[in-house]
Design a protein around this ligand. Sequence first.
Ligand code: GLA
Length: 433
Amino acid sequence: MRKTLLLNCAANIQIEIIDIMLALVWIILLSSTLCKCLDNGLAKTPPMGWLSWERFRCNTDCVNDPDNCISEQLFQTMTDIVVADGYASVGYEYINIDDCWLEKHRSHDGKLVADRKRFPNGIKALSDYIHSRGLKFGIYEDYGNYTCAGYPGIIGYEEKDALQFADWNVDYVKLDGCYALPYDMDHGYSTFGRLLNSTGKSMVYSCSWPVYQIYAGIQPNYSAIQTHCNLWRNYDDIQDSWASVENIIDYYGNNQDLIAPNAGPGHWNDPDMLIIGNFGLSYEQAKTQFAIWSILAAPLLMSVDLRTIRPQFKHILQNRKIIAVDQDPLGIQGRRIYKHKGIEIWSRPIGPLYQNFYSYAIAFVNRRTDGTPSDISVTLKELGLINFSGYRVEDLYENVDYGVLYPNTKIKVKVNPSGVVMLKGEVQYPVDL
Ligand code: GLA
């Protein structure tokens, strides 16, 4: 009797365990079907690659300007150079089409069609080409009725287009916001993100959701935006000038309390493309753009003619130490910590960590235009570097190692007009550890 009771009891426990396990399986299955929220596992560090817009714009004249028009040939050429000239080996991996790749009308069955003359082999062939070279492929569309340059947008075709992108093996989608209603974007951008996810093909999702809302006087819901997008534009398009770069730097500095906390692994603020190597920036200014973009944990999307870039600019774009700052796995966006009389100091906490002490990347920027370099003197402590065991300090452009310095050490840097000095302070452990 006792034995059967025990047996029954054991059987009941077993049945209960099976029930619990079944319930768990259901919960997991349900949550994976219900929660089509972003976590696509992508962009754990800011995306790096090449994007056509700032340099090549909407040049569709392949008859008179065959080498510079938006065409499959341009993207194939840039792919080849990214691989052959060392960009891929320092981390640049996406080759991204921007606007003006489409025919003006969809096909009779409502599909997006690439311009037949400029992309004679179609988008899948270009995507295959880029993948065959070991890189990833990005495309551009717009949430509204038209893209900014007047080509068909996705509204009304969201599901079809998401499936089409998956079919083309797209790895990255930039979704612009022209010809759309900013009030609709909370719904529209999140819906399209879900549709991309439910194709089963992982695609980095770049949104222009906040910038159009800010222009319309709407306060963006950044917590929703970072749930649905891997990166997003907050501000104006970059143009080929130092004034434009300065303007963007000021925006991110002046609005950092609102903007910086939204960045983190998988979700980044996007201050727009790198214009290094084009016509508008001096060597010093180009170094400054790269330094500040890395402090901002910005996507590093070069928009430059890689066929003709001068070696000194290529050198900046391939600076591994500054790229490592940008790509720091902690993903904490840096901030402007000092601004006075044209001198700025920007700081970003990075790894490695010792207890609660971070390492730091520090950029000293000289916004002054009086022709001589400016001296900046500051103790590590004043920069927030207060670990008693000190920091190994290194100049990331000049490749100088200053050894281990301590919180009370005063450092002095000379910063050229519109230039930058970029240091890294790597936190040290106590010697007896
Ligand atoms: C907008 C975007 C740019 C670019 C153009 C294309 O202005 O902000 O980055 O994509 O559209 O028309």
